[in-house]
Design a protein around this ligand. Structure first.
Ligand code: FAD
Length: 522
């Protein structure tokens, strides 16, 4: 029986209402579900696609306080996020690590300005600081960022922040939830709310794989559906369009040679006032992000022409040359759910989170960022417990070690480190069956054993689940991921007991998605 079948059975066998149903399996929903389960509440999480299919696999991969919010004088937001950053690093050292960032400075006033600002950023993190910031000479800056365009460069500032693998972190939360006795299902969509006497009493759901429809009775319901938040609110009869703005951010992925020193680059203010990062990640370099208001939330957003142009122009400006189309290994876009407080540019809207309780008792949690997912979960569950009259239990997630916890970095490559204490079990798979030792593709670091593991232990159901979120192949090298897909589909079909028709459909679906990650000259 697969893990998903076990979860479905648990759902069917549940004879009393759940204490908490969480809708949405991104950072926010998984954070809320772990929070609820760790307090001893009977918890189920429902995700209509895959865990982290939405924004939560498409971030810039930073675990950060947000230097930019400091400039906007939002000190409390920065303080909160820096505290969360410190705890994410402690609770999941296999997934989060310290990274050095260099800010190249081009004007005379830049050095004292950014030097002071980043010192304040460091001091705000207090005991949870990742390391001291300091000024760099022009020569040292060029040594650390040899590609950076040298003209007008006065020096630089080095500071520390956190980096992580977002989708792998989500999977670790999923496994933690299971260990706490929680239930989670991917490919089950919430299609409506169940109400009794005007109060929410559960959800209507549809199993996307089988088409079965059922109801899930619950004492409280948490809506954590990111940019789709208003879809759930309208199911409860609320007006659409007033709560959220949607802003799109896109990234390019370049070969590691673009940042040979392994240090990240941060541009605090581009020509149009945005922050731009170039970050080494899993043997490649991620450059982003943009910030474009869009009028519609979509499941698979694509980079707009003006975002591609922006990224190309800024890479040329700060690296001294444009990447060729062959050097853009992948590109992806994500959508930010930003809570509206009046009008204005989306880059100025608050990145703080919001918890709302509807008249029906539905608890909605949205906004925020990956780094503050735990705090969002804590706040949402506090409200849900109040609404449903659940016992008062203190939160313990601030010190809760996540599944796979391991601080060992001995002789482990970056892509293997994300498995933490599971790594030896994964290696054992190919020890027992040497065919699983085969690489997925000569340009990718992943082996077939990780595919088998994803299906057996991590609820991967589709080729895309494996290539986009259990491994990060699609995000790192879209062409290689497309070429690896048939072998992945073969092994998955064997593991899941599927036929040739399933394989053909899976490949067609995966190619349709993966084409959006390929950069092609217009
Ligand atoms: C470009 C970009 C870069 C970012 N970079 C960073 C960064 O570096 N660091 C950082 O801290 N933050 C970053 N963020 C912010 C962070 O990624 C988001 O705040 C976070 O991922 C939002 O998570 P979420 O769970 O609220 O939403 P999502 O991840 O979108 O999850 C919502 C889920 O709800 C599901 N859902 C929707 N409707 C239903 C339904 N009817 N039934 C069941 N399920 C449903 C969806 O399928 C989806 O999986 C970035 C955001 C963007 C857009």
């Amino acid at each position: 029986m697969t893990q998903r079948e076990k979860m479905l059975r648990r759902l069917r066998e549940q004879s009393v209402p759940w204490d908490v149903v969480v809708i949405g399996g991104g950072a926010t929903g998984l954070g809320a579900a772990v929070e609820a389960a760790s307090r001893g509440f009977r918890t189920v999480l429902i995700e209509r696609a895959d865990f982290a299919k939405g924004t939560s696999s498409r971030s810039t991969k930073l675990v950060h306080g947000g230097v930019r919010y400091l400039e906007q004088m939002n000190v409390m937001l920065v303080l909160d996020a820096l505290r969360e950053r410190g705890h994410m690093l402690r609770n999941a050292p296999h997934l989060v690590h310290d990274l050095s960032f260099v800010v190249p400075v081009f004007g005379y006033f830049g050095l004292p300005y950014y030097g002071f600002g980043l010192k304040v950023y460091e001091l705000l993190s207090g005991k949870l600081s990742l390391g001291a910031s300091h000024l760099l000479s022009r020569e040292k800056t060029l040594e650390m960022l040899p590609g950076v365009a040298g003209e007008g460069l006065k020096g630089g500032v080095l500071y520390h922040d956190g980096q992580f693998d977002d989708a792998r972190y989500a999977i670790s939360l999923l496994r933690t939830l299971e260990e706490l006795g929680g239930t989670a299902l991917n490919y089950v969509a919430v299609t409506g709310l169940v109400t009794h006497g005007g109060k929410v009493a559960g959800v209507k759901a549809r199993d996307v794989e089988s088409g079965d429809e059922f109801e899930i009775a619950a004492k409280s319901v948490v809506n954590a559906t990111g940019v789709f938040t208003e879809e759930i609110l309208t199911m409860g009869g609320e007006a659409k369009g007033s709560l959220l703005s949607v802003s799109q951010g896109s990234h390019f992925v370049l070969p590691s040679s673009w940042l040979p020193s392994g240090k990240a680059m941060m541009i605090p203010r581009t020509s149009d006032g945005r922050v731009l990062f170039a970050i080494p990640w899993h043997g490649a370099v991620v450059v982003g992000t943009t910030d474009e208001a869009v009028d519609r939330a979509s499941v698979e957003p694509h980079a707009l022409e003006k975002e591609r142009k922006f990224l190309l122009e800024h890479i040329a400006k700060y690296f001294g040359r444009r990447p060729s189309s062959g050097e853009i290994l992948s590109m992806w876009s994500g959508l930010r759910p930003l809570v509206k407080h009046g009008g204005g540019a989306t880059s100025k809207l608050s990145r703080d989170h919001t918890v709302l309780v509807s008249k029906t008792g539905l608890v909605t949690v949205t906004g925020g960022k990956w780094t503050t997912y735990r705090r969002m979960g804590e706040d949402a569950v506090n409200r849900a417990a109040q609404v449903a009259g659940l016992p008062k239990v203190a939160s313990r997630t601030l010190e809760l070690k996540l599944h796979g916890w391991s601080d060992s970095t001995a002789a482990v490559s970056e892509h293997e480190r994300v498995y933490g204490s599971d790594l030896s079990l994964i290696q054992k798979l190919s020890h027992d069956d040497p065919s699983l030792e085969t690489l997925l593709h000569p340009r990718l670091p992943y082996r077939m054993r990780e595919v088998a593991w994803a299906v057996r232990q991590e609820m991967a159901r589709t080729v895309e689940d494996v290539l986009a979120r259990r491994t990060r192949a699609l995000f790192l090298d879209a062409r290689a991921a497309i070429e690896a897909a048939p072998a992945v589909a073969d092994l998955m079909a064997k593991e899941l007991g599927r036929d040739a028709g399933w394989k053909a459909r899976e490949l067609e679906d995966f190619y349709a998605v993966a084409r959006g990650y390929l950069y092609e000259d217009e």
